[in-house]
Design a protein around this ligand. Structure first.
Ligand code: PEP
Ligand code: MG
Length: 847
């Protein structure tokens, strides 16, 4: 180990050297680990962050001392080493030390062509990155005169010959990289990726592995899993007689397959050696790594190793595989997957069995499939989204200003770009299906057309399907498969279930929703909004007859027709949920939502009911309210028109008997919405108990049920103690509770929400992110008072906030029993709850 206390303090990477990620950056630490594993890493020196900062501030590094480590004939690369690999950093500069003398020497040992190419490459990068000359003057491809021309151009532009001192070259390269890190653009870019403003950079100086010359020579990358699927597979490339990641030289595939000659065949010992290193890295670094390597005359060097880039699907698979192999613990596997990323795995796929009308193929950049109308601009995508029409954004390539358009689209297709292009990266982040580099298509943005390789022309507005999983663009709409949740996904979530300490249910109104909830392994239904069951055409008419009935008896007659339909609804839900709890909320919305609002609709209704039009208009007017959300809805309707709740209760109990006969015993949970007073609960409970008794007698079957209350008004939260006397469970409807706590209309707040959030009146839209300070305090008060009165009362949240990780953290800390959210958010909620359980010990419940 060598240490210098001046501005040029540095340390040579050896197994015992004092190297830390904080001082030397992640790459330095990673290379030291590779060295400890006995991998053939070229000699490397690390400059700590203080040194780099001093260099950026203008102090010239003493590169003689560094050069001395490498001995005479210095030829090195300089790499950046920030604390976190995500933060970027200036690009690697290769072949520092190339000068006329080295060129002459290499001409002798490696031949003129190789020597020319290496020198030219260094002059090019030095001229552009260090001397900041116009890159266009130095872009010539290697050729007999290119080197001389580049050296002459350098001299003409700078009025001095190309620097020949390796020590000076190294000093200048270090300085330019240190300064590049401090630049405003670099700073903004890394801060966007979460780097702190004071993020620092370490630099590495590494002996060049030439990768050019006699014998097997070249460079490449190798990884051992597929970045998209996470399945074990050797992937990478090897380019003979070339250096670095971007060399434009013909590629040799790594493994033996139908594509052509492979490294595995040409150099089996090199291939085997690399495979061994990969396996060692996986176990010792406890991660799937991509190796960057060089081969010089058959000798392998490992230059660098980075964590394999991965899709969310691959992240799950890799984490589960590492834990299953005992490389990491299950807890660590759970923490390695970002909960929100799981939603990306839940995408639709094109049904492989269905016919596919493929008209072009590109790079599969982001998984999942979607069908929509073609749009060619982000503005058109936004307009389409505003009309609720799914659209596919087709661009030559995307730029940051296309973000809004990408948000508005259901999929993205670009003519240019690769796996790491803007479109690909952003689409993966958004979980949008995306194909890039689809060079087979010809875009004509002016005429708003897109031409396939077979000459077919598609215009803006025509429907296509993007299959981001395999890169195929299909004409028209394709048959889709539900998201396929593989074994890794299920395993990870099962591990999550073992550690989480808050329940996760789903909000499900229909049998389809319930099946999705089961597929995502929700622990029950936390909210079934029964009113959604009445909007079917045949039911709507009966509903309207009920609303128009003049007497309680007429109302009962209409409701009797709804009864079997409701019973079937509930039986189906109970059957699907197979004994898991199902919470059914009694009818909630104001009745006028079921009536027509225009003259035409009213006339049709008058005809259907065989009543005069004036009757219909009068009734519609009578039911209209100034503030329907604060009006005759929820339990208020249940008390004034009790027949509706009675019919629903009867349907629930009859379904309970039927489903229990067939399968697991059902204990239905009936929930009363919009309660604000204890007496409301008492009145409804008395009636429902009577219905239960009647059904028991009639069916000669015993059953139990649980009655609960939705806490959606501030008063219900404050009076939760009294309310809980009659309620086995309290479920916070945070949508209405937010609306009523703020006095803010759920339906209209969008008009000024943007402006409010922008001016920081509200930090977030409280309908999206639970307002823990205000609404949250009501939740705490309600839960505490409810529990004080009835220690065994079940407490939950079933508003939209239930699927939000931050809200889950809040509910868990408050000791809630479960959260309930839309079925597609259940996997995210399960994993997020596991993260919180692992990261924060559960507080004791206050009873
Ligand atoms: C709520 O108010 O939070 C709730 C779940 O009910 P809805 O959204 O149906 O009003
Ligand atoms: Mg509500």
């Amino acid at each position: 180990m060598q240490r210098h206390a001046d501005v040029t303090e540095f340390v040579e990477l050896t197994p015992a050297a004092e190297v830390s990620t904080a001082r030397h950056g992640w790459r330095a630490k990673c290379l030291q680990r590779l060295i400890r594993l006995d991998l053939p890493v070229p000699r490397t020196v690390a400059l700590p962050v203080e040194t780099v900062r001093a260099i950026a501030a203008g102090q010239m590094p003493d590169t003689q001392a560094i050069a001395a480590v490498f001995g005479p004939g210095l030829l090195v690369s300089v790499r950046s080493s920030p604390e976190n690999p995500e933060w970027g950093g200036p690009g690697t500069v290769l072949n520092v030390g190339m000068n006329d003398a080295m060129h002459a020497r290499l001409t002798q040992t490696h031949g003129a062509e190789a020597a020319d190419a290496l020198y030219l490459r260094f002059v090019q990068s030095y001229a552009t990155h260090v001397a900041r000359l116009d890159p266009d003057m130095f872009t010539a491809r290697p050729g007999p005169h290119a080197l001389a021309a580049a050296l002459a151009a350098y001299q003409a532009e700078t009025d001095e010959a190309f620097p020949q001192s390796p020590a000076r070259q190294l000093a200048e390269v270090l300085r330019s990289m240190a300064r590049a890190w401090e630049g405003t653009t670099a700073r903004l870019l890394r801060q966007a990726k979460g780097a702190p403003s004071e993020a620092t950079l370490g630099l590495l100086v590494q002996d060049m592995a030439l990768a050019i010359g006699p014998g097997l020579s070249g460079s490449g990358t190798m990884q051992f899993v597929d970045s998209v699927t996470g399945s074990p597979q050797i992937i990478g490339r090897f380019r003979g007689q070339s250096q670095g990641r971007n060399a434009a030289v013909a590629t040799l595939y790594l493994t033996r397959d139908a594509r052509g000659i492979s490294l595995e065949e040409t150099a089996p010992e090199v291939f085997a050696e690399l495979t061994r290193y990969g396996a060692a890295c996986r176990v010792k670094l406890r991660e799937e790594m991509q190796l960057e390597f060089a081969v010089s005359d058959g000798r392998v060097s490992v230059i660098d190793a980075v964590r394999v880039q991965r899709s969310s699907r691959a992240a799950v698979k890799i984490a589960v595989a590492l834990a299953s192999d005992g490389v990491i613990t299950r807890e660590e596997a759970l923490l390695r997957v970002e909960p929100r990323a799981l939603s990306e795995l839940l995408h639709y796929q094109v049904d492989p069995r269905a016919p596919r009308d493929r008209f072009a193929r590109g790079i599969a950049a982001s998984p999942g499939a979607a069908t929509g109308r073609i749009v060619f601009t982000s503005a058109a995508a936004q307009a389409s989204a505003a009309r609720d029409e799914p659209c596919i954004l087709v661009r030559r390539e995307t730029a940051p200003e296309d973000i809004r358009g990408m948000h508005a689209a259901v999929a993205v297709l670009t003519e240019r770009g690769g796996m790491t292009s803007h479109a690909a990266v952003i689409a993966r982040g958004l979980g949008l299906p995306c194909i890039v580099g689809c060079s087979e298509i010809q875009l004509n943005p002016r005429e708003r057309t897109l031409r396939g390789p077979d000459g077919r022309i598609f215009r803006e507005g025509e429907v296509i399907t993007v299959d981001g999983t395999n890169g195929e663009v299909l004409a028209g709409q394709a048959a889709m498969l539900e998201p396929a949740l593989d074994e890794g996904f299920r395993t990870l979530l099962r591990w999550a279930d073992n550690v989480r300490d808050i329940g996760i249910r789903a909000n499900a109104d229909t049998p389809d929703d319930a099946r999705t909830a089961r597929m995502f392994e929700a622990e029950g239904i936390g909210l079934c909004r029964t009113e959604h069951m009445f909007f079917d055409e045949d039911r709507l008419t009966v509903m309207r007859e009920m609303i128009f009935a003049d007497t309680a008896n007429d109302r009962r007659i209409a409701l009797e027709r709804l009864l079997p339909m409701q019973r079937d609804d509930f039986t189906a839900l109970f059957d699907i949920m197979a004994g898991l709890p199902v919470t059914i909320r009694l009818f909630d919305p104001p009745l006028h939502e079921f009536l027509p609002h225009d003259r035409e609709g009213m006339r049709e209704l008058a005809e259907a009911l065989d009543r005069p039009l004036s009757d219909v208009t009068r009734r519609v007017e009578a039911l209209s309210e100034f503030n329907p959300m604060l009006g005759m809805r929820g339990v208020r309707l249940g008390i004034t028109v009790p027949e509706i709740y009675e019919m629903q209760a009867q349907a629930i109990f009859e379904a309970t008997v039927e489903a229990s006969r067939r399968g697991a015993p059902v204990v239905p949970e009936i929930m009363i919405p919009l309660v604000s007073a204890q007496r409301e609960v008492e009145l409804v409970k008395t009636r429902i108990d009577a219905v239960a008794a009647a059904v028991r007698t009639q069916t000669k079957t015993d059953f139990t049920y649980r009655l609960g209350v939705m806490v959606e008004t501030p008063r219900a939260a404050l009076r939760a103690g009294q309310i809980a006397e009659h309620a086995a469970f309290l479920s916070f409807g945070t949508n209405d509770l937010t609306q009523m706590t703020y006095g803010l209309s759920r339906d209209d707040a969008g008009r000024f929400m943007g402006s409010y959030v922008k001016q920081k009146v509200y930090l977030e839209d409280p309908f999206h992110i639970l307002d823990v300070e205000g609404v949250g305090e009501l939740l705490l008060i309600g839960a505490q008072r409810g529990r004080a009165a009835r220690p065994d009362v079940t407490i939950s949240v079933c508003g939209e906030h239930g699927g939000n990780p931050e809200s889950i953290a809040f509910c868990r800390a408050a000791g809630f029993d479960y959260v309930s959210c839309s079925p597609f958010r259940v996997p995210v909620a399960r994993l997020a709850a596991a993260h919180f359980a692992l990261l924060a010990p559960k507080p004791a419940r206050d009873a």
